[in-house]
Design a binder for this molecule. Structure first.
Ligand SMILES: [Zn+2]
Length: 135
């Protein structure tokens, strides 16, 4: 047996790269109250982990907190004082309604629009469930 054959054999024994699964956990915010405003430093990261765009997540937060907020690059600045717990709870709620697949509980989902309706499509189990509109 020549070297090349041996090498090939050895390589074929290496297990296939573990399939990439996302972490099935809801990200936590890193926030600070500055004066009368609240800054969420890792807003972009949180949105990315949830696989939702920042505008959509912000729209949800400002509606629930009855305030206004602006995205500044990777962070968001909300008018008013909000604790990390308050925001984390809202992120969990958001995930429950707009991210987690009701059929299998995974976070690998996306929202598609069909006419005036929105659906949550799960990339893991393929389920399609209607989602509440945000506006
Ligand atoms: Zn699913």
């Amino acid at each position: 047996m020549n070297y090349e054959t041996l090498l090939e054999r050895a390589l074929s024994k290496i297990p296939e790269k573990a399939k990439k699964y996302s972490k099935y956990e809801i990200p936590e915010v890193d926030s600070t109250i500055i004066g009368s405003r609240t800054v969420i430093h890792n807003f972009k990261e949180v949105a990315e982990k949830l696989n939702r765009n920042t505008d959509f997540l912000l729209k949800y937060l400002v509606r629930e907190l009855a305030t206004s907020g602006v995205i500044e690059e990777t962070r968001v600045v909300l008018q008013g004082k909000f604790t990390k717990e308050q925001i984390d709870n809202l992120i969990k709620e958001f995930a429950k309604y707009y991210v987690i697949c009701p059929s299998c509980g995974k976070l690998d989902t996306r929202i598609i629009k069909e006419g005036r309706l929105s659906f949550l499509i799960c990339d893991v189990c393929g389920a399609k469930n209607p989602v509440k509109s945000l506006s």
